[in-house]
Design a protein around this ligand. Structure first.
Ligand code: SF4
Length: 432
């Protein structure tokens, strides 16, 4: 082994890397066209440092959280080389969840020209770039196929949950899949009908942990979802910077390259977050707002966010939102028997929707043990829908998928974690 590669070998053995002058020379002086940097100084940290993905002097990076431009800067900073080499690596990370330059023809070619270059890369990133699926639960619906809840173990032992949902194209046929991802472990929003709310907020997920749910799902099931919806555990706008970065990765080419219209961010209506979405480049993805009541008193009881941003405030924010001409706002309405499924509730909803280009997603409540709420019977659900459609409201009656495996909307989470999380992470729940 060349002496210059000894530090990389030491890193592989000991799990750390000493940036000796020779390695700095190797990384920055000899093999790249970037100016050499003096020993002891590190390059400026990119913005994803906030999530701990690139700690100073620690080169192991969680690559699945990097938009392509950031990945390019990282890889070129290490070994130089043309973009086509890095494009192949990036595609590999985001389609397989692995980092294995030796398996790529382009990098074998590079290695032949500059022996040792692959060792530098291997020393800087782990070979597996996705978390592990530790449990799954599947629910079968003869009409739509199998909905799968995946429990995914994170580096600190906490778990994120994702749900893979078949979308029907023709009767009995799933033509594509939607992956519902979590943006947080737990949630502090305290919606009264939601199982996740019982956890409180345990912690935010980093961008690579959000994208990692997709990579782990593909690796575990062999299914490549076409759509991603942020409707799992957590309020996405409560972790907006990480969500924005994850969306940049989901839609990046090369890489996953999901179309903007195939990504949906759902919020309880955090107006401060809504105002930030356009500046973060997120106004091209779909926006869903969970409403569930069009009466302030009722909504404040069901969704505590309404106590800080009432229905009038939320509507003003949505009217000001730069919705693309070819889109509608998705308005989520969880139907709760005897609570918000009456004629008067439908009429309030119709009135509140006036002036908004929208589509209402009716979601019959998914029962779970211990909940005080009940799902309306089918007649009540259909009557509510009929009332809305008669008034010209676009309505989608969401076919509940996964409620037999606790994978349906509002059923995610493990409230037992609330007791186990560290004291420093507690204390923000808005549950009364
Ligand atoms: S419905 Fe969504 S925002 Fe409300 S508590 Fe549940 S996860 Fe949080």
């Amino acid at each position: 082994m060349p002496a210059s590669l000894a530090p990389a070998a030491s890193f592989i053995r000991q799990g750390r890397l000493d940036l000796t002058p020779s390695l700095v020379h190797l990384l920055r002086g000899k093999w790249t066209d970037l100016p050499p940097i003096p020993h002891g100084r590190t390059p400026p940290l990119p913005r994803y440092h906030a999530y701990g993905t690139l700690p100073a002097m620690h080169p192991r990076v969680d690559l699945a959280g990097l938009p392509f431009a950031d990945f390019l800067a990282w890889a070129r900073g290490l070994v130089g080389h043309g973009d086509r080499f890095h494009r192949a690596l990036y595609r590999q990370v985001l389609t397989t969840g692995t980092f294995a330059p030796r398996s790529l023809a382009a990098w074998r070619e590079a290695e032949a020209q500059r022996p040792g270059v692959i060792a530098i890369l291997e020393a800087a990133a782990a070979p597996v770039q996705r978390p592990t699926v530790v449990r799954t639960r599947a629910g079968h619906d003869p009409q739509h196929g199998e909905t799968i809840k995946l429990v995914i173990r994170l580096h600190d032992g906490l778990e994120a949950e994702a749900v893979l949902i078949p979308m029907r194209a023709a009767v009995g046929q799933a033509s594509h899949h939607t992956l519902c991802v979590s943006s947080q472990v737990g949630c502090k929003m305290g919606c009264a009908f939601c199982h996740t709310a019982n956890m409180g907020l345990v912690r935010q997920l980093a961008p690579h942990e959000i994208v990692g749910q997709y990579l782990a799902t593909v690796a575990h099931t062999g299914i490549v979802p076409r759509n991603v919806v942020f409707m799992g555990m957590g309020e996405p706008l409560d972790n907006l910077d990480a969500v924005a970065q994850a969306v940049a990765v989901f839609t990046a080419r090369p890489g996953l390259g999901l179309a903007d219209r195939h990504v949906t961010i759902s919020t309880v209506g955090r107006v401060d977050g809504l105002a930030r979405l356009p500046a973060l480049g997120l106004s091209r993805v779909n926006l869903a707002v969970s409403l569930t009541a069009a009466d302030d008193e009722l909504r404040s009881r069901l969704m505590p966010i309404n106590r800080t941003a009432d229905l009038a405030t939320l509507k003003r924010a949505l009217l000001a939102y730069p919705l693309p001409a070819d889109r509608r706002l998705l308005i989520g309405y969880v139907l709760l028997a005897g609570v918000n499924d009456r004629v008067v509730d439908a009429e309030r909803l119709i009135a509140w929707l006036a002036g908004l280009r929208s589509m209402v997603n009716l979601i019959p409540f998914n029962d779970y043990a211990g909940s005080a709420f009940r799902r309306p019977d089918d007649d009540a659900i259909l009557a509510f829908r009929a009332h809305l459609t008669a008034a010209g409201v676009h309505v989608r009656l969401r076919l509940t998928k996964g409620d037999d495996c606790m994978a349906a909307c509002g059923q995610l989470g493990n409230p037992g974690l609330r007791q186990r999380r560290p004291a420093a992470a507690r204390g923000h729940s808005v549950i009364g």
